[in-house]
Design a protein around this ligand. Structure first.
Ligand code: SAM
Length: 248
């Protein structure tokens, strides 16, 4: 199954938990600089499309395209690896939480560079085992995430493809966008089915690992074991869990 087909399967409830996180949006929009024409690749429902600019979206999943708000930017059915635009057609191209779904991330990034003068990518460092150890969910309940990342390029390697610099992005404790790491200080959220359905990781590890992880986390929350192990998080306002901004 391609990742666009994956979203045709799991995307139906995406907007229940996935929306713009304003503090991260501010970073993205600042990185776009004075770009007036912006291409949003892997746009999904368009959470991070900047207001006040001329945006064109690219999204291969018909279901995700159908969830875009009326009046949202026009959306083209295409994949990152083969963008149907002339060289340098846009001031900037952006991609948010999508590169890890592409069949060929290097090709997709090269395409973004070809069609735009500036590229801004929000992704994570797949080779940095540090965040998987710092994040109790991957460390104590869902170690299968490591298997999903085997062979995945580092953020530095991805940045090298487009000549970008790499900036860490901290996740606020009350992050509004329900991506996988978003609830690092709100563990009860991962017990909610509708929260997990907004995160592709759970579909990718499969139901056996999912049920085991949720059961184990639930038990530890009731027994106080989670709180005991993670008491250092209570006073943290933001966490460094491997998220990165690549900016050319
Ligand atoms: C986690 S969603 C992110 C959507 C949106 N950027 C957001 O922040 O809400 C990942 C998106 O990448 C899209 N996608 C998967 N494969 C793709 C590809 N090869 N090229 C472009 N987009 C792709 C999926 O269909 C899905 O909508």
């Amino acid at each position: 199954m391609s990742r666009a087909q994956l979203y045709d399967t799991i995307g139906a409830t995406y907007t229940a938990t996935r929306r713009t996180e304003p503090r991260i949006a501010t970073r993205i929009w600042a990185a776009l600089g004075d770009a007036q024409t912006v291409l949003n690749v892997g746009a999904g429902t368009g959470s991070y499309e900047p207001p006040g600019r001329d945006v064109t979206a690219v999204e291969p999943s018909a279901l995700m395209r159908s969830l875009r708000q009326p009046g949202a930017a026009p959306c083209v059915d295409a994949v990152a690896e083969s963008l149907p635009f002339e060289d340098q057609s846009f001031d900037a191209a952006m991609a948010f939480a999508t590169v890890h779904h592409w069949q060929d991330p290097h090709a997709g990034l090269r395409e973004m560079r070809r069609v735009a003068r500036r590229v801004v990518v929000f992704t994570f460092d797949g080779t940095d085992a540090g965040w998987r150890q710092r994040f109790w969910l991957t460390r104590d309940y869902l170690p299968e995430v490591a298997d999903l990342l085997v062979g995945w390029p580092s953020a530095t390697e991805l940045a090298g493809v487009i000549g970008a610099r790499v900036e860490p992005v901290l996740i606020p404790w009350n992050c509004a966008d329900g991506f996988f790491e978003a609830y690092w200080r709100r563990p009860e959220a991962y017990l909610e089915d509708h929260v997990r359905r907004g995160m592709s990781v759970w579909a990718r590890v499969g139901p056996v690992a999912e049920q085991r992880a949720v059961r184990s986390l639930g038990n530890d929350l009731v027994s106080g074991r989670w709180a005991e192990r993670n008491r250092n998080l209570v006073n943290l306002d933001a966490a460094e869990l491997g998220l990165r901004l690549l900016v050319t």
